[in-house]
Design a protein around this ligand. Structure first.
Ligand code: TYD
Ligand code: MG
Length: 456
């Protein structure tokens, strides 16, 4: 009998599967990202079988409304920011991937939370990268309550599952998935096949035993090592811990969450005592000097369920190139091109011979349309070299015919601005408050020209 071929080719970037190797991934278009995935017999690994885990569902059909809905209480981590990003705490039986570049602080974040969670819930921290001594040293330096937390240094997934079956933790942390391996899979740890199969087995364990599984995953910029991308479809919640350029602030953001809202932003600061929550994130992104330069403006964006005030900077400078440059950091590149065209057509300002750079301060990403109006006004301010008032905030979407469109949650945005001492706001007419807000002059605009005039 012919030997059954059990291998496929997987894209490192998007995780798409192919039967044959090809130079370019047909799904995401990335070059040279396909690697061979050898599928062993890990599905029915002996450890899981011996412990009574078949890995197969029982296959019965039932009516949706008859399915028992026992409200499983979420496990509250006690950290306001972490709970916010999770959508209100950890859901038993869910798998959460915490991604980020090496050194972002993933291990610190999880160790801190697990130490406090272990006080009330059985928890197991599996470290594959550091020795137990190193983790213990860090815990004692950060003065964490480490008397209840169980720790294990292991990289074999079979051994981890066997230990977990015995100890039965409610919360299991595996740091990191890139160093985990299954004996059945014949490739090096960190390769796509190992990462995928190891995660699959851990997730199967978590689902069957109703354990919270937190996986750490490293991302590299060029995606050489199998990044968390290949896992994204298997897990319930994927979050990224990111640091803005050499700042000590870390933002935690969910980009997939089966149990809560996504795009919720949690802000932490890395201090000598570990990660500290930043309860008022707007304040840190607003640290401006006394003198405001031209092209700088504060806008109110919406992050998940709360408003965030961030500074936007634009620099417009005569270009020496045939093709003037359009550079965005934290904003959509195509949106900038579109808004410059709107500015030309409906605002009468031509920047075709200028380089335009725009940047959102603090490494924040403002991909919402409410940044449109702020972007245009910042560009005008820089072009004319005329600073905008220091106490001004702006938000609003700009349409292709130069109309200013309302954005969701206008009132909350204005209230947040008042809280931070802003006294003037240029907002879409549709977002103008019905009752005057004390201490805030609201300038409601319908057209781009109105907004430009209001600031002249
Ligand atoms: P770590 O959690 O080990 O990162 P990761 O697991 O994501 O690779 O954190 C590493 C960085 O955090 C390291 O550069 C040092 C810094 N750090 C502090 O600044 N203060 C601290 O108290 C700790 C524990 C780490
Ligand atoms: Mg680490």
């Amino acid at each position: 009998m012919a030997k059954q071929k059990i291998s496929s080719y997987v894209c490192n970037d998007c995780g798409a599967d192919f039967n044959k190797w090809q130079g370019q991934c047909a799904e995401c278009g990335a070059w040279n990202t396909l690697t061979e995935l050898r599928i062993g017999s890990s599905k029915n690994s002996s450890v899981m079988r011996n412990a009574g885990f078949s890995g197969a569902a029982n296959g019965s059909i039932s009516v949706l409304s008859e399915i028992m809905l026992d409200e499983v209480p979420r496990i509250i981590t006690g950290s306001v920011e972490f709970d916010l990003v999770l959508g209100g705490g950890l859901v038993p039986g869910s798998c959460i991937l915490v991604g980020g570049e090496p050194g972002a602080g993933k291990s610190t974040l999880l160790l801190q939370h697990l130490c406090s969670l272990a006080q009330n819930h059985k928890s197991l921290y599996v470290t594959g990268e550091e020795s137990p001594q190193q983790v213990a040293m860090r815990a004692s330096r950060l003065e964490l309550p480490s008397d209840k937390l169980q720790i294990m240094a292991e990289t074999s997934v079979e051994a981890i599952c066997a230990a977990a079956i015995q100890y039965q933790p409610k919360i299991l942390v595996v740091d990191s998935i890139q160093v985990m391996h299954l004996d059945d899979v014949a490739s090096a740890p960190g390769s796509v096949s190992q990462v995928r199969e190891s995660a699959a087995m851990l997730i199967r364990y978590a689902k069957e035993t109703n354990t919270v599984l937190l996986l750490v995953g490293h991302v590299t910029k060029d995606g050489v090592i199998a990044g968390p991308k290949v896992l994204e479809h298997m897990i319930d919640c994927s979050m990224m811990l990111e640091s803005s350029n050499d700042s000590h602030f870390r933002t935690l953001r969910c980009n997939k969450n089966r149990f809560g809202a996504i795009n919720e932003l949690g802000v932490f600061a890395m201090t000598d005592k570990g990660l500290r929550e930043v309860p008022n994130p707007s304040a840190i992104f607003l640290q401006r000097g006394d003198e405001v330069a031209s092209g700088s403006l504060v806008m109110v964006i919406w992050e998940g369920t709360r408003p965030l005030l961030v500074e936007l900077q634009a620099l417009v400078d005569p270009s020496h190139l045939g093709n003037p440059r359009r550079v965005t950091v934290g904003l959509d590149h195509n949106r900038l091109a579109m808004l410059l065209a709107v500015l030309h057509r409906h605002g009468g300002l031509m920047v075709g011979d200028q380089d335009v750079f725009v940047n959102v301060v603090g490494g924040v990403k403002a991909l919402e349309t409410s940044a449109d109006l702020a972007l245009i006004l910042a560009v005008i301010s820089s072009f004319r070299d005329r600073p905008l008032p220091r106490d001004l905030v702006v938000f609003g979407e700009v349409g292709l015919s130069g109309e200013i469109r309302p954005v969701p949650n206008g009132q909350e945005r204005l209230r947040e601005a008042v809280k931070h001492g802003f006294k003037r706001a240029v907002v879409p007419a549709g977002n103008a408050p019905k009752k005057a807000i004390r201490g805030m002059e609201v300038i409601a605009v319908r057209k781009l020209t109105d907004a430009i005039e209001a600031l002249d």
